[in-house]
Design a protein around this ligand. Structure first.
Ligand code: PAN
Ligand code: ZN
Length: 188
């Protein structure tokens, strides 16, 4: 492995800045509108094309031996009755884990095993959710403020969005009469 110099990344826990910024990725609704159940609501919102979430990564090689820190911010909101969420993915190198430390907001960490078992962890300030190897993971903002979390994953993990882009995950998280409800994905 090549020589690498130690360095700090600074996260502002009030302003949610991440410095020095490596790559910043913005996901607008138009990047994932097909992932929401209510296509009428999605198409209507597309005229505004809101940023659903953004994430900040440090400039660290995507290679075995390294660890990549990431800060993600999911903005509050819904598409129809479905809360704003990340696309979700399996790691391309499936036997790699990840940890998500929630900095602010209220969310759900939805995970799905290769056997299609579902596990859901609460995300709230101070929760450090463990995503074991092989589990797909998606975060859902069920609150009314930004859901901000810091993650660390192995450099070689890679991201596989394929299956989730095709049919989503087995469960969806929606608002029903003001309550957060977990439902079966009708398209699954
Ligand atoms: C995270 C995610 C980030 C965005 O850094 O990549 O929260 O979610 P999507 O990748 O599903 O769009 C992570 O899990 N990295 O492995
Ligand atoms: Zn991941």
């Amino acid at each position: 492995m090549e020589f690498f110099t130690p360095f700090n990344t600074y996260i502002d826990f009030d302003e949610f800045t991440f410095k020095p910024e490596g790559e910043v990725i913005y996901r607008n609704l138009s990047d994932m509108d097909y992932m929401y159940q209510d296509q009428k609501a999605a198409q209507k919102l597309l005229t505004e094309d809101p940023v659903i979430y953004e994430f900040y990564t440090a400039d660290i090689p995507e290679k075995k031996g390294h660890l990549r820190p990431v800060m993600s911010i999911i903005y509050p909101g819904k598409v129809g009755k479905e809360y704003n969420m990340t696309k979700g993915h399996y790691h391309e190198k499936e036997d790699t884990a990840e940890v998500y430390l929630t900095i602010s907001g209220q969310g759900k960490l939805l995970m799905q095993s290769p056997e299609n078992d579902i596990e859901i962890l609460e995300m709230e300030k101070g929760s450090a959710g463990y995503i074991p190897p092989y589990w797909a993971h998606r975060c859902i903002n069920v609150g009314d403020e930004p859901l901000v979390f810091f993650g660390v994953y192995p450099g070689e993990a890679g991201h596989d969005y394929g299956i989730i882009e095709e049919k989503g995950m087995k469960k969806i998280i929606v608002e029903e009469n003001g309550e957060v409800v977990i439902e079966d994905n009708p398209n699954y």
